[in-house]
Each structure stands twice: as C-alpha cells, then as structure tokens.
Design a protein around this ligand. Structure first.
Ligand SMILES: [Fe+2]
Ligand SMILES: [Fe+2]
Length: 131
C-alpha cells in the first residue's frame, strides 16, 4: 500500500498553471500529514482535507466557468466523485473504522495524481492557451 502511495509524488501532480499548482501543493501537504504516523490525528486532518478539497474544486470550477471551458460538466462530475470519497472517509472515521481511513489515506495520492494528470492537466493547458 505504502509503495502505491509513494509511487506518486510532488511533481506528478503539478500541471504548469500556478493557481492550480499552488492548490496541488497545499493538497500534498495535507496528504503528507494524513499519512504521517507521528501525527495521526485523522479527525483534524480529514477535516482539513475536506475544507481544502471544497475550495480546491470550487476554484478550478470558477476558472472553467470564467473561460467557458468545454469540459466543465465532465470535470465537475469528477470533482463530485472526489468530494464524495472524502465525505465517505470522514463517515468511516466517525464510525471508528480506522482501517478504512488508513486505506483511504494511502490510496489518496494515487487517485488524486490520476485526476491531476488527466482533468487538471487538460484544464491547465486550456487556461494557458487563453491567458
Ligand atoms: Fe486540482
Ligand atoms: Fe480538478
């Protein structure tokens, strides 16, 4: 599991458009905290993750709407799926399913990197083209 989480790091989630890359670095810091065994305050880290992801997704969606991005609906659906996964991890924490939270935490970087390299990279390319 740890090998999967560590397979994706910092540079894999950068897309070359500063406002999005700033959000992605923030995301990285929260995931690092979530996976740091010395910290292990899942409740606080999951809340920070949820708050961050709501702002992160809203910011990207705002860029899409401002610039009439043609794949807004598809990208927004992907965000809804990501946000639901975070909400589900918080429900697991509330239900004391700590193994479930650990599984989520170790897989988080991999699925976020896939989103960054597909949806976010395509959006960044579009935004750089219109900027
Ligand atoms: Fe993003
Ligand atoms: Fe996105």
């Amino acid at each position: 599991m740890a090998a999967v989480a560590n397979a994706f790091k910092h540079t894999d989630i950068l897309v070359g458009f500063k406002p999005i890359d700033d959000l992605h670095r923030e995301f990285q810091a929260i995931v690092d905290a979530l996976n740091d065994p010395a910290e292990a305050d899942f409740g606080e880290d999951l809340l920070a993750l949820h708050e961050h992801m709501l702002r992160h997704c809203a910011t990207e969606e705002q860029f899409m709407l401002q610039e009439n991005y043609p794949h807004y609906e598809r990208h927004k659906r992907a965000h809804e799926h990501l946000l639901e996964s975070v909400a589900e991890a918080r429900r697991r924490f509330d239900a004391n399913d700590l193994d479930g939270v650990r599984r989520f935490s170790t897989e988080l970087m991999s699925w976020f990197a896939i989103h960054a390299q597909s949806e976010d990279a395509e959006l960044a390319g579009f935004l750089k083209g219109v900027a």
